[in-house]
Design a protein around this ligand. Structure first.
Ligand code: FES
Length: 105
């Protein structure tokens, strides 16, 4: 279990090994901006890694392809939350993360 801090909402998410940040957020009752419902195709969930970049897992092919197609720099600091898994503490910046009632994203 790794801790992911998300700004500007200021929440801490517990992310299990192999779990994506977006899945952990949803499980904890938060919505993350998405259009494709976490299928790594819209790019809407892109988030900035502020700290802990070395704790971010390698970028899978579908994430890399979507970032490239949506003209996001492949610098490792911009990651899709619907594909990002972590193996240690990370701090992300993503506007639009919000509390849900548990019935929507
Ligand atoms: S939610 Fe669409 S790419 Fe991540």
């Amino acid at each position: 279990m790794s801790l992911v801090h998300v700004d500007p909402i200021g929440i801490d998410l517990e992310v299990a090994a192999g779990q994506t940040v977006m899945a952990a957020a949803r499980a904890a009752g938060y919505g993350w901006p998405t259009v494709c419902d976490a299928s790594a195709s819209c790019g809407t969930c892109v988030s900035i890694v502020k700290e802990g970049i070395d704790n971010c897992a390698e970028m899978p092919d579908d994430e890399r392809e979507t970032l490239a197609r949506t003209l996001v720099p492949l610098d490792g600091q911009r990651r899709l939350a619907c594909r990002l898994t972590v193996n240690g503490p990370v701090t992300l910046s993503k506007r639009g993360v919000h509390v849900t009632d548990g019935s929507s994203s």
